[in-house]
Ligand binder design. Structure first.
Ligand code: SF4
Length: 235
């Protein structure tokens, strides 16, 4: 019998995965440090291609010097670049942060907008950043955040066959209750960091294994590798 056949539909399987993720990671929350919506927006822009831990090392000095949208809008760009340098792609990130804060000051009365369409007008802000800001700064579940972990795990779990984040998000939106859209992402990120890692998914200890369409394939590959040590895994 296929690993997932006992679950009558993909939706039912998704809901069971959600239940287990909530049980496994009851206190999961956004791991970026911030005090205001603007600071969350800035931290999320900085988190592209960078770990949250690294961002949290950078933001105390950044927000100590430039705590809000007006100060970031008027910051000296080279000083801003230096403060965010260790997060990578720092020139682009600093430019986008400043341009986004200028737009917030000039067009949104100094407040981070609460509508997806308006957030997407800000330089450097795509749906991933907008979803994080709406969910964690304002408690609005406007979509499902699809980062590298959510993408990988949703594919491995067999909940999407797509590779583009926008299409993966659409698949997940159809499968999950709106109230759980963001907490799905947060908990899947926790599971991706702890168990379902990119290179070595620990299927043998994974509490989602009976719900995962990749588990049998990965187990088979690992068993082949143990017999032929030079073979590389295909995931
Ligand atoms: S069973 Fe394996 S591939 Fe599936 S979610 Fe768990 S660790 Fe990832």
């Amino acid at each position: 019998m296929s690993n997932t056949r006992k679950w009558s539909s993909k939706k039912q399987r998704s809901l069971e995965i959600l239940v287990r993720l909530k049980r496994l990671y009851p206190d999961a929350t956004c791991s970026l440090n911030y005090s205001t919506p603007v600071q969350l927006l800035v931290a999320t822009i900085l988190s592209a291609q960078c770990t949250d831990e690294r961002v949290n090392l950078v933001t105390p000095a950044l927000f100590g010097r430039f705590p809000d949208a007006p100060s970031l809008a008027n910051a000296d760009l080279s000083e801003l670049e230096n403060l965010v340098r260790s997060t990578g792609f720092y020139r682009n990130k600093a430019k986008n942060i400043q341009a986004a804060c200028r737009m917030i000051v000039n067009e949104f009365g100094g407040e981070v907008p609460k509508q997806m369409e308006q957030l997407l007008l800000l330089p450097g802000v795509a749906r991933k950043t907008a979803n994080v800001v709406l969910a964690h700064a304002f408690g609005i579940n406007a979509g499902v955040t699809v980062d590298t972990h959510v993408k990988r795990l949703s594919q491995r779990l067999g909940l999407t066959e797509h590779t583009e984040p926008i299409h993966i998000e659409r698949d997940l939106i159809r499968l999950l209750p709106q109230a759980d859209w963001e907490n799905w992402s947060i908990r899947l990120i926790y599971h991706g960091r702890a168990v379902c890692k990119a290179r070595n998914p620990a299927c043998e200890i994974c509490e989602l294994a009976d719900l995962c369409s990749s588990a049998p394939v990965i187990r088979e590959q690992l068993s082949l590798i143990s017999k032929q040590p030079n073979q590389k895994p295909n995931y």
